[in-house]
Unconditional design. Sequence first.
Length: 156
Amino acid sequence: MPDHKPPRIDGDERHTVLALLQYQRDSLVRKVAGVNDAVARHSPVGSGTTLLWLVKHMAAAETTWVLRRFAGHDEDAGDTVGPSDTPGSVTAAYRATWARVDAVVDAAGSLEQHCLAGGDPPVPLRWVLMHLLEETARHAGHADILRELADGSTGR
């Protein structure tokens, strides 16, 4: 798997954080690309973490933080891996979540705008995006290790 370096951004804060978030999203998805269902469901670690769960978890995190807490949409997303989940289906669902999340962020007037629900104290969109960036990067790192243990593939 070729290594993909993070983008060098010369833009404003919103553009920069969104570009880095997208880089981490893509990195996580690349770790699932090309694996079969058995590999995607296998956990070589005591926590039970799998490639499928990592992708579902990040889709759920983006839904929770941006769509539900920030935008006030009445929806929940779970991260339990079901019997019908496949690498292709969870990746497609995650990508669909990106589109919805990015549309909400694009429509937001300011990174200072606060969440509508689900937080005490309420946090601004800036914090939400930074949190998703660090959470996605953390789990992309977990996926790096799981994929390397599965078949030796390395690279971001």
